[in-house]
Design a protein around this ligand. Structure first.
Ligand SMILES: [Fe+2]
Length: 339
């Protein structure tokens, strides 16, 4: 792909990225829109930073496990206890599409769900499936699966010792947190669109910007509903603390989502967010992202983030101006209480 020169010049866009630091031409990049073949794993350009993940020897380049693992009865009961804990917290705080999806897929039927059954049910609703992976997988492989309506889910489940917090996404985070939203047809299309957007982010070396969009929507997104602001992000919905904090606490900002702003905003990885971004509907999210010209967006973007994760800007539509007390007291590490 991109190596065949025939007809190439008609489509090619020559993009010269200027180094922000040195003010000289650092690289040039030929981007051929028609060259994005979503049926194969995208190539990672040599200058793109990727996390140093080591693929287990028994897996192919798609990182998929041949089959879902068999869980012990203790592991199934950890799922049940996590499920019960979340159901004490989520009604009234989770987005209605999430709760409807949870119900439709019957994720509380007992024990870790079988991916085969789940995929059959999801296929019938939005054409998605759930596939097992052993651990976090590289961005470009993740994009490839999303672009083909496959959601890679961690095969393992946390132990009792890690009941309240786990640094790597396990099957509870991935299946309970993410999969119910895939029953919403517009959200399901957004997720596929996000995967496809990965090809362009790789070509422009702007993975960081695209990750911020994922973080502030898929993981920590909020949505306005008739009876208030609710959570649809899996990072929020798969844990009890942030489900309350994100929609009710005084500390964090709640700001309407604008893509140009969000992709320039830093985020917190292992604690609750100082700022959440709110959408009116998944149609709005789709319109503002998948239907947006990201070529233009990336051309005007610096490599690093512009705004801190606590910033409130002049142009922001603010629903709640946070006190930032939790973050300013040092967050989780300091023992600060979420307020
Ligand atoms: Fe996640």
């Amino acid at each position: 792909m991109g190596k065949n020169e025939a007809g190439f010049s008609v489509w090619a866009v020559l993009y010269i990225r200027l180094s922000q630091q040195q003010g000289k031409v650092m690289e040039s990049l030929l981007i051929k829109p028609g060259a994005m073949d979503f049926s194969v794993i995208p190539e990672v350009p040599a200058d793109t930073f990727v996390a140093p993940l080591v693929r287990p020897g028994h897996l192919g380049e798609d990182w998929l496990e041949p089959e879902q693992r068999v869980y012990t009865s203790e592991e199934h009961s950890i799922w049940d206890d996590l499920f019960a804990q979340q159901m004490d917290v989520l009604p009234g705080r989770a987005a209605s599409s999430f709760l409807a999806g949870l119900d439709r897929l019957d994720l509380g039927r007992g024990g870790v769900p079988d991916f085969g059954t789940l995929s059959e049910e999801l296929q019938a609703i939005t054409g998605w499936s759930v596939v097992p992976v052993p651990m976090l997988i590289p961005d470009h492989v993740f994009f490839y699966h999303l672009a083909n309506r496959r959601f890679p889910a961690g095969n393992f489940i946390r132990s009792r010792e890690e009941f309240h917090y786990i640094s790597e996404p396990d099957v509870f985070h991935d299946v309970f947190g993410h999969v119910p939203m895939l029953t919403d047809p517009v959200y399901a299309d957004y997720m596929q669109g996000y995967g496809r957007a990965g090809w362009k982010a790789l070509a422009y070396n702007r993975l960081k910007a695209l990750s911020a969009l994922y973080w502030y929507t898929v993981e920590f997104g909020l949505i306005r509903e008739a009876d208030g602001i609710k959570a649809y992000g899996a990072g929020i919905l798969s844990g009890p603390l942030e489900a309350r904090f994100s929609v009710e606490a005084q500390s964090p900002n709640r700001i309407h989502l604008e893509v140009d702003r969000v992709i320039r905003t830093d985020y917190v990885i292992s604690d609750m967010q100082p700022t959440y971004f709110v959408i009116d509907s998944f149609e709005e999210l789709f319109r503002k992202t998948v239907e947006r010209n990201f070529d233009d967006l990336y051309r005007g973007l610096t490599p690093g983030f512009t705004y801190s994760n606590q910033a409130v800007l002049g142009g922001d539509k603010v629903y709640h101006l946070g006190t930032q007390e939790y973050a300013n007291r040092g967050g989780k590490g300091s023992g600060a209480r979420p307020v």
